[in-house]
Design a protein around this ligand. Structure first.
Ligand SMILES: Cc1cc2nc3c(=O)[nH]c(=O)nc-3n(C[C@H](O)[C@H](O)[C@H](O)COP(=O)(O)OP(=O)(O)OC[C@H]3O[C@@H](n4cnc5c(N)ncnc54)[C@H](O)[C@@H]3O)c2cc1C
Length: 466
C-alpha cells in the first residue's frame, strides 16, 4: 500500500512530535517545513559564547514521565533526550529576599498561624478533586476557590505565582480543574526538570527521529499558504510559489494564524470564525539570561516574589506602572540543572517574568524599564551577582512575536476559564477536509511544551484510528 503524504507546517513541539509519531509507523511519508533556521519554535535553543541559550523555556513539568517523554517512548527512542530533575535541592521561594522552602519553612512567609491550616485545606481540596469532576471545576477560578479558604494576600501571592508559572495567566483566570490536574501530575511524577542540552534538544530529537524513519525536514522554508480546493486541503504553497502536494496537511502554526493567514477566512463558516476570534492568548513574559564568570548559587530553581500587595500591584499594572523591583520572577540556575549549558567554571542563570499587560505601543524605554526592574529582582535573589557578570541578554515579547507571532505570548491560546477541556480549539479543521491543527493551541491538558505534545499525541491517535 502506498504511504500517505503528510506535510507539516512548523517544527515546534506539536509539529515535530506528530511528525516523529507518524513517520515511525511506516505508513506516512512525512515532510516538515519550518520558516526559522532553528528547530523547535518556542522550545528552540542556540549557542552564545559557549553558553546554551533557550529561546523561551525554563522548566519542564514532568520530563521523561510526561507527554514529551511519552512521544520518545512511542517512537522507541526514550534515551534520545536525557533529563535532569530540579530536585536536591528542591525549588525554593525567595520571598522579599528571604529564602523559604515550602512547606518546611512556611513561617518565613510571616503568615498569621491559622492561615497555614487554611492553605493546606485549600491545597487538599484542589488535590482531592476526582478527575471525572475536572471539567465541572474548570468553570471556576483558582482565585474564587481560594477566597473560600483565605483572603490573605501573601497566600495569594504564592499560589497566584503558580498560576503564572503554569499557565501564564492570573489566578482569577486559572480554572480549578486544569490547575488540579497539572499540580497532581507533577506531585505524583516528581519529575520536574530540564533536558540536558537545552529545551531545543527535545524537538531536535523528534526531528532526528523523523529523518531516521525516512521523513524530510526543511528549515528556513516559510509556507505561504495551504492549497484548498473544493473544501479540501491539497498541499502547501511555498514562498517561491512552488506547490507541494499532500494527502494530509498538519499546521503547527497555531489555530488563528492557520485560519486567518494560511487558509484564508473565506473558507470558514461565520460561527467558526466567531468562536476562533474570541479565544485569548496567554500573557507575555520577558527573559534575562545572565552569563557569570563563576558560580554564585548552588540552587537549581528559585521563584522570586518581591511583594504581596497584589490588589495594589494589579492596579499599577493596569496603569502601566513598572515597579522598581519586578515581582514574580522565575529564576532557574540552568547550568546547575545542566552542566553542559556553560563552559566549565562559569554559571548560567535565566530570569523570566513580568507578565504585564502590554502598552498599546511599547517603546524601547518601556522595555528598558522592565529590564532594570528584572535585574533589580535578580540582585535581591542572588546578592552580589553583579560582580560576576560576563554579559546579560534581555529578550522581550517583541522578539518572541517577531519569531513566532501571536503577540509573543508564552503558551499559545490560554488555558483560562471558558477555554479549557471541551472548549479548547479544534484539532480537526471544521471547514477544510484533510487539514489538522497541532500545537499548544489545540492541546487539551498540560503545561507549556507538554500541552503542545498533548496535541501531537491526540492527533496521532485520531489519525491512526481512521
Ligand atoms: C518566554 C517563554 C517561556 C516559556 N517557558 C516554558 C516553560 O518553562 N516550560 C514549558 O513547558 N513551556 C514553556 N513555554 C511554552 C512553550 O514553549 C510553548 O507552549 C510550546 O513550545 C509551543 O509549542 P507549539 O507546538 O505550539 O509550537 P510553537 O513553538 O509555537 O512553534 C510553531 C512553529 O511553527 C513555525 N511556523 C509558523 N508559521 C509558519 C509558516 N508559515 N511556515 C513555516 N513554519 C511556520 C514557527 O516558526 C514555529 O517554529 C515558554 C514559552 C516562552 C515564549
Amino acid at each position: 500500500m502506498s504511504k500517505k503524504r503528510v506535510v507539516i507546517i512548523g517544527s515546534g513541539i506539536g509539529g515535530s512530535a506528530v511528525g516523529a509519531l507518524l513517520a515511525h509507523t511506516g505508513s506516512y511519508e512525512v515532510s516538515l517545513y519550518e520558516r526559522n533556521k532553528l528547530i523547535g519554535g518556542r522550545f528552540a535553543s542556540y549557542e552564545k559564547d559557549g553558553f546554551k541559550i533557550d529561546i523561551g523555556c525554563h522548566l519542564i513539568a514532568n520530563c521523561d514521565k510526561g507527554n514529551l517523554g511519552q512521544v520518545l517512548r512511542m517512537v522507541g527512542r526514550p534515551d534520545w533526550v536525557q533529563w535532569s530533575y530540579a530536585a536536591r535541592p528542591a525549588p525554593t521561594i525567595n520571598f522579599k529576599g528571604k529564602r523559604v522552602r515550602f512547606p518546611k519553612d512556611i513561617e518565613g512567609l510571616n503568615l498569621p498561624p491559622d492561615e497555614v491550616g487554611k492553605i493546606l485545606e485549600f491545597y487538599g481540596k484542589a488535590m482531592s478533586i476526582p478527575p471525572e469532576e475536572y471539567d465541572a471545576w474548570d468553570k471556576r477560578s483558582v482565585y474564587s476557590l481560594m477566597q473560600e479558604y483565605t483572603k490573605n494576600e501573601t497566600v495569594r501571592a504564592v499560589f497566584g505565582l503558580l498560576s503564572g508559572i503554569f499557565f501564564v495567566i492570573s489566578d482569577q483566570e486559572t480554572p480549578v480543574g486544569e490547575y488540579a490536574l497539572c499540580s497532581k501530575q507533577m506531585l505524583m511524577n516528581k519529575a520536574t526538570g530540564y533536558p540536558i542540552g537545552g529545551t531545543g534538544s527535545v524537538p531536535e530529537a523528534y526531528v532526528k527521529s523523523i529523518k531516521t524513519d525516512g521523513g524530510q525536514v526543511f528549515l528556513s522554508t516559510p509556507i505561504k499558504s495551504i492549497a484548498v480546493e473544493n473544501g479540501r486541503a491539497r498541499g502547501i504553497i511555498l514562498e517561491n510559489g512552488k506547490k507541494v502536494d499532500a494527502d494530509i496537511v498538519i499546521s503547527n502554526a497555531g489555530n488563528k494564524p492557520t485560519v486567518n493567514f494560511l487558509v484564508g477566512r473565506e473558507h470558514y463558516r461565520s460561527e467558526v470564525l466567531a468562536r476562533l476570534d474570541k479565544y485569548e492568548y496567554s500573557k507575555c513574559v520577558s527573559m534575562m539570561r545572565i552569563a557569570l564568570k563563576q558560580p554564585v548559587s548552588d540552587e537549581k530553581m528559585v521563584m522570586f516574589i518581591s511583594r504581596d500587595d497584589l490588589s495594589v500591584l494589579e492596579q499599577e499594572r493596569r496603569d502601566g506602572i513598572i515597579a522598581d523591583v519586578l515581582t514574580d520572577v522565575m529564576c532557574p540556575v540552568i547550568s546547575n540543572l545542566d552542566p553542559t549549558a556553560c563552559p566549565e567554571g562559569r554559571q548560567l542563570i535565566i530570569a523570566g517574568g513580568g507578565t504585564h499587560p502590554m502598552p498599546e505601543k511599547p517603546d524601547s524605554a518601556w522595555f528598558k524599564k522592565l529590564e532594570n526592574s528584572m535585574f533589580n529582582a535578580v540582585k535581591i535573589a542572588y546578592p552580589g551577582i553583579e560582580k560576576h557578570i560576563m554579559w546579560t541578554s534581555f529578550t522581550t515579547s517583541r522578539e518572541i512575536d517577531n519569531m513566532f507571532g501571536e503577540g509573543g505570548n508564552v503558551i499559545g491560546i490560554a488555558q483560562k476559564v471558558g477555554q479549557v477541556g471541551p472548549d479548547r480549539p479544534f484539532l480537526t479543521d471544521p471547514c477544510v477536509k484533510n487539514l489538522y491543527h497541532c500545537s499548544a493551541d489545540s492541546g487539551m491538558h498540560g503545561i507549556g511544551g507538554e500541552l503542545a505534545a498533548d496535541s501531537a499525541l491526540r492527533l496521532f491517535e485520531l489519525l491512526e484510528s481512521k
